[in-house]
Design a protein around this ligand. Structure first.
Ligand SMILES: O=P(O)(O)O[C@@H]1C[C@H](O)[C@@H](CO)O1
Ligand code: HPA
Length: 326
C-alpha cells in the first residue's frame, strides 16, 4: 500500500467514485457532514509533511493512560518523539476531557514506528461518532496497519478487580442498537465495504500474543479477557443498566473504543483492544460507592508503569508477528 497521496487505502478493493462532498448526514437531529475521503487525504498529507516517521502501529491512549501524567506515561516511552497538537492539524477536533492531552506523538516504541493519540474524542463531548473516529481513518491513510485501542472501563465481571487489564475479546455495540453507528450515512468504498463483517474484530493472533507477553512479564494474574461495551456517557450507569449489561455478557463498560474499532475494521486494519479496569461497577442498591472520573485517572496513574511496559512489548511483538506472517 502506498499511503502518501493514496487514492485507495484497500489496494485491491473495488474503486467506486464518490462525490467530493458527502450528502448531509443526520446526527441526533442535528445536520452534519462526514468528511470526504479527499479531505482526510489532505489531513494525512499534512501529517506526513510534518514528520519523517512512517508509523505502522497506532495507539489510542485511554483516560489517564499516557494522556495526563507526562512523566512515565505510555507516550513518554516513545523515542525521538515528534508531537503535533490537535489544534494544528487540519480538520481535527480538539480534546476537551481531563486526562486527554490532545496531541499526536510520532516516534518509535521498541524500535517500531508508531503514532500515539494522547487524547481521544468522545461522543459525550458533542462530537458525532464519525468525528470521534476521524483519526483512525487518518491513521490508515498515513500507512498505519494496526490499531491498539486502550481505554479505562468499569469492571462488571464480579471476578475483576480495580487495576486489572482486560484484553478485549469482543464488543457489544449498544449505541449501534439505537441506530447510532460511525458508518451511518453514505459509504465510500475507498475506505471499505458497505456491509463490513465484525465477527473477527479483535485479532486472534494479537490476543494470543498478549496472553504470552502477560506471562513473560509476570502480570498474567491481573490480565483478563472479556467483552467490552460502550455507552454514550457522560453519566456513569445506573444499577439497573449495569445489571442488564451483565445479563447480556458484558465484562467491562466504557464510553469509547467500539466505534473506533468499527471504523478500523471497515478499512481493514488489525485491531487490539485493552481496557484498564479503573472502578468496580455498582450493581447493588445496597452499595454506597459512586463511580467518578478522579478515581479513573488515579488508577491510570497507579498502573502507568505496567501499562507502559506491557503495551511497548506488545507493539514490538505484534510487529514481529506481522513480519513473520505471509
Ligand atoms: O477515553 P476512555 O474511554 O479511556 O475514557 C473513559 C470513559 C470516560 O471518558 C472516562 C470516564 O472516567 O473514562
Ligand atoms: O464505570 C464506568 N462506566 C463507563 N465508563 C467508564 N470509564 C471508566 N469507568 C467507567
Amino acid at each position: 500500500m502506498a499511503p502518501v497521496n493514496a487514492t485507495d487505502v484497500n489496494g485491491s478493493k473495488a474503486y467506486v467514485p464518490v462525490k467530493k462532498t458527502l450528502p448531509e448526514v443526520e446526527e441526533n437531529g442535528k445536520s452534519s457532514k462526514g468528511y470526504s475521503y479527499e479531505t482526510l487525504v489532505e489531513t494525512a498529507n499534512f501529517l506526513l509533511s510534518r514528520t519523517s516517521v512512517r508509523p505502522r502501529i497506532g495507539v489510542i491512549c485511554g483516560s489517564g493512560m499516557g494522556s495526563y501524567w507526562k512523566e512515565g506515561s505510555l507516550a513518554e516511552n516513545i523515542t525521538d518523539p515528534e508531537c503535533i497538537p490537535y489544534e494544528e492539524i487540519p480538520n481535527f477536533p480538539v480534546s476537551t476531557v481531563e486526562g486527554h492531552h490532545g496531541r499526536l506523538v510520532f516516534g518509535k516504541l521498541e524500535g517500531v514506528p508508531v503514532v500515539a493519540m494522547q487524547g481521544r474524542f468522545h461522543y459525550y463531548e458533542g462530537y458525532p461518532l464519525w468525528k470521534c473516529c476521524l483519526p483512525v481513518r487518518v491513521m490508515k491513510l498515513i500507512g498505519v496497519q494496526t490499531l491498539i485501542a486502550t481505554n479505562a472501563a468499569g469492571g462488571l465481571n464480579p471476578n475483576y478487580k480495580v487495576g486489572d487489564l482486560m484484553i478485549v475479546r469482543d464488543h457489544i455495540n449498544m449505541m449501534g442498537f439505537a441506530g447510532n453507528n460511525p458508518l451511518h450515512g453514505p459509504n465510500d468504498e475507498r475506505f471499505g465495504p458497505r456491509f463490513p463483517p465484525m465477527n473477527k474484530a479483535y485479532n486472534l493472533e494479537y490476543r494470543k500474543i498478549a496472553k504470552e507477553v502477560a506471562k513473560e512479564q509476570g502480570i498474567d494474574n491481573i490480565v483478563r479477557e472479556g467483552v467490552y461495551t460502550c455507552l454514550g456517557g457522560p453519566n456513569f450507569e445506573t444499577v439497573a443498566e449495569l445489571n442488564m449489561l451483565k445479563m447480556v455478557g458484558v465484562d467491562a463498560v466504557g464510553m469509547s473504543t467500539v466505534h473506533e474499532v468499527i471504523i478500523a475494521r471497515h478499512c481493514d486494519m488489525k485491531v487490539f483492544g485493552l481496557s484498564l479496569i479503573t472502578n468496580e461497577c455498582v450493581t447493588s442498591y445496597d452499595h454506597d460507592s459512586e463511580a467518578n472520573h478522579e478515581e479513573v485517572l488515579d488508577v491510570g496513574r497507579m498502573r502507568q508503569d505496567t501499562l507502559r511496559q506491557y503495551v511497548s512489548r506488545l507493539v514490538q511483538r505484534f510487529a514481529s508477528s506481522d513480519d513473520a506472517s505471509p
